[in-house]
Ligand binder design. Structure first.
Ligand code: XIL
Length: 361
């Protein structure tokens, strides 16, 4: 009798522990917990539209709410730093896919897509590469190996890549980078061709800012035109949309630019949208948050209205972990959830735009 009691108590204790562990494990968390208004993801449903966010691994491991809100609200993730060169390719002959593999597993477990950011950039390069004094041929070989190895590793798992990131200056000249200096502007063509060879089904993007109508976007347009006319395998351009910092805050201009890029047969994806409130109109924080909400809604509407835009991505979703906070030295509250994961007016504005879209208005 005593023994039965003991076993029953043990079974109860074990199942309680399992419930606690499962509910604090982001991989096992059920989307829907803590839901307030409808989630963005639920409004998209099965429609072919990516509602995307940058993610970081650390909060996914240590902050259970992060994973829950992420899986509830988004159908696509973009690792914020984990795919960058220094992280996946820390030594010349060594790749490290451990972190990106875990993020891919999180996405798979939660039925989400993964967008890869980024293969070729001038930041986040490892020391061995910066200080290696490599010849042109050596750097071509290194870059070819990098692009092909990373893309091949994730063939069929990463549906789209930001192949090259931030390649032009505002005046249309190529940005002075390690790759440009050593290889010349051809590095862009090469990277797209290698990525396509490694995964012919992946969608390949050039990612940059310059989204409205201005000198930089004119020059990006000419570059895209050139790439298309030389049959470089490119599917589209990512608009970073760091509004008010480097990017446009004019939805009408962004729409016009998306249209002309569509005429080249290319897609546009919003990849890194965030809208800091400091420079927005309004005296009080509430007024600024309302202005932010309006702009989020308008930009999402611009993408939904364009036949060549199927991705609205934000550079994170909670003000708790935004990169803006770190480098602008103040809480600029640029994202759609506050630091306590409460949906902000911007979230509500997006919900309303998606509800209208579903009704077909
Ligand atoms: C940023 C990350 O958000 C930061 O965490 C990191 O310290 C630096 O890079 N444009 C890009 C992104 O294409 O890769 C940058 O991400 C933000 C600007």
């Amino acid at each position: 009798m005593k023994r039965n009691w003991f076993l029953a108590a043990l079974a109860f204790f074990l199942s309680l522990t399992a419930v606690i562990l499962l509910s604090s494990n982001p991989l096992a968390s059920a989307p829907g917990k803590f839901a307030s208004s409808p989630s963005l993801r639920s409004l998209i449903g099965n429609r072919p539209f990516h509602i995307a966010t940058a993610v970081k691994e650390k909060p996914l491991l240590y902050d259970p709410m992060y994973g829950q809100v992420l899986a509830r609200e988004f159908n696509t993730i973009m690792p914020e730093n984990e795919f960058k060169f220094e992280n996946v390719h820390p030594e010349r002959d060594k790749y490290d896919f451990s972190t990106t593999d875990r993020l891919i597993t999180f996405a798979r477990t939660n039925g989400m897509h993964v967008r890869g950011h980024t293969l070729v950039w001038f930041h986040a390069l490892p020391r061995w590469l910066l200080e290696g004094n490599f010849s042109r041929d050596e750097l071509i070989a290194i870059l070819e190996d990098h692009v092909k190895t990373v893309v091949r590793h994730y063939r069929g798992q990463v549906y789209a890549w930001d192949v090259v990131n931030e390649v032009l200056n505002a005046d249309g000249s190529y940005r002075d980078t390690l790759w440009l200096r050593a290889i010349g502007p051809d590095y862009i063509d090469m990277a797209f061709r290698w990525a396509h060879e490694a995964d012919p089904k992946a969608l390949l993007f050039l990612n940059d800012y310059g989204e409205g109508l201005n000198a930089k976007s004119d020059n990006l347009y000419s570059l895209l035109h050139d790439l298309v006319s030389r049959s470089v395998p490119i599917n589209g351009i990512g608009f970073q949309m760091h509004v008010g910092f480097l990017s446009s805050d004019n939805p009408q201009e962004v729409a016009a630019n998306i249209k002309r890029i569509g005429d080249l047969g290319l897609e546009v994806a919003f990849t890194e949208t965030d809208i800091p409130i400091a420079k927005l109109p309004g005296k009080t924080k509430a007024e600024k948050l309302a202005a932010q909400a309006k702009l989020y809604g308008e930009l999402l509407q611009v993408c939904l209205d364009a036949p060549n835009c199927h991705t609205f991505g934000m550079w994170g979703f909670t003000d708790r972990y935004s990169w803006i906070k770190k480098f602008q030295g103040q809480d600029n509250a640029p994202l759609i959830f506050d630091a306590q994961y409460r949906p902000k007016p911007a979230h509500q504005a997006m919900v309303e735009v998606l509800q209208k879209w579903r009704r077909g208005d």
